[in-house]
Design a protein around this ligand. Structure first.
Ligand code: C5P
Length: 402
């Protein structure tokens, strides 16, 4: 819902303008109030009268309109908004924004604003693909401008197709909603330690024992928790993923290193232990590469148990975080095993998932989880790992009452 949110919609000149009328409606349906600015180009496609009839207010078109400048003015227009949406955003407007030009009301507003800006580019596919437009896009993204689309499809010009169609009003609406959801910070001020990925347990200097964890779920959680306003330390085993944005990442290899890194990140308000930590390590890893000696004899590996990081901090009398979340990846008796872990490891929540190979969870982009706690079991439908992360944050915030 966008109730109470103020959107300044800047409409620039392209055939996609007509879709902006629908966008106004969709934004209003969700409770947003919409003010509109139109460029001269936009007015060649749709009239300020039509836009004003929908927004229910004056449509701003002229930088030198004495009445409007006196009344609202481009500075106030740019300030009195929670989000500025440029839809459609022409190649020309993108170029002007990237270069910091201010030769009409729309570009003045965009230069004067300190508010977030979302653009929905729309243009001929060749204009979109042009190096200049792509360079401008990079500049704008580097400046923190958000983008939605463009989509691929037929162009207004007969027989032309490719990337350049403006995103549909519903997609723009979703991007607007996603922006506002991301600005809600339910975990502001919280310190959170998260583990992710596998551990590697050395056999000798070149060989190790590992597992199939990709770290995608744990990393998605770390990024989402940071976006929710928390101060996040992510202790990551060896993964091929990029470090998530806005997170302090400590890279480790073994379970023992992971435990040490988690302990030095304490005290924390919340611990989320999503790593697939190796249960055992090789008792005495050789300091030199183990060699075949030609006799056909194979080396025997002895194992010792690794420390259980979740159990260590979940059962700690002194440094236990207020909320401890564990994972249970099982191939059988999921709930029973998860309940056992809740007790044994001193966790408040266990995110249980069935990692039977047919579910393609390990390394895959989706997850079907069940949330096990003292209150019972919640089944979540199959969803992307990012969505699991977002729902988990809502659950944690609910548990903390924040
Ligand atoms: O016992 P199991 O490995 O199935 O438990 C899974 C949960 O315990 C996960 O949250 C995992 O991160 C955590 N764990 C741990 N240290 C271990 C083994 C598991 O933190 N040595």
């Amino acid at each position: 819902m966008l109730s109470g949110k103020r959107i300044l919609l800047i409409i620039t000149g392209g055939i996609a303008c007509y879709k902006s009328l629908d966008l106004v409606r969709r934004l209003q349906e969700r409770g947003a109030s919409v003010r509109a600015v139109m460029t001269e180009g936009a007015q060649k496609f749709i009239t300020p009268l039509a836009v004003g009839a929908l927004t229910g207010g004056k449509v701003f078109t002229d930088l030198f309109d004495r009445e409007a400048e006196h009344d609202v003015g481009h500075i106030r227009l740019s300030r009195e908004a929670d989000l500025i949406v440029v839809a459609p955003a022409t190649a020309n407007m993108m170029a002007k924004m990237a270069g910091g030009h201010a030769d009409d009301l729309a570009s003045c507003v965009l230069l004067a604003t300190d508010k977030p800006v979302l653009i929905a580019p729309a243009m001929n596919s060749r204009m979109w693909a042009h190096v200049a437009t792509q360079r401008n896009l990079k500049t704008l993204q580097g400046d923190g401008i958000l983008t939605v689309g463009p989509n691929a499809g037929e162009m207004a010009e007969k027989g032309e197709a490719g990337y350049g169609r403006m995103a549909e009003p519903m997609e723009i609406l979703e991007a607007v909603e996603a922006f506002f959801n991301a600005t809600i910070k339910p975990l502001a001020g919280k310190k959170v330690v998260i583990t992710s990925g596998p551990t590697h347990e050395p056999i000798d200097p070149v060989r190790y024992i590992a597992n199939r964890s990709s770290g995608r779920q744990g990393h998605a959680i770390a990024e989402a928790v940071a976006q929710a306003g928390a101060d996040v330390t992510l202790v990551s085993g060896p993964v091929t993923l990029k470090d998530p944005k806005g997170v302090n990442v400590v890279h480790v290899e073994t379970a023992r290193e992971m435990l040490a890194a988690v302990q030095s990140a304490l005290p924390a308000d919340i611990a989320i232990m999503a790593a697939a930590v190796a249960d055992w390590r090789v008792a005495s890893d050789a300091h030199q590469k183990i060699k075949k000696d030609g006799s056909g004899k194979v080396p025997a590996l002895d194992f010792v148990e690794n420390p259980d990081i979740l159990a260590t901090i979940g059962n700690s009398k002194v440094l236990r975080p207020g909320l401890v979340v564990g994972f249970a990846a099982e191939t059988n008796d999921l709930i029973e095993n998860a309940r056992g872990k809740l007790q044994r490891k001193g966790a408040d929540l266990i995110v249980a998932n069935d990692v039977s190979p047919e579910n393609n969870v390990m390394g895959g982009s989706e997850n079907t989880v069940r949330i096990v706690s003292e209150d019972g079991v919640e089944d979540w439908p199959k969803m992307g790992k990012e969505e699991v992360a977002a729902k988990l944050i809502a659950k944690i915030a609910e548990k903390l009452g924040s």
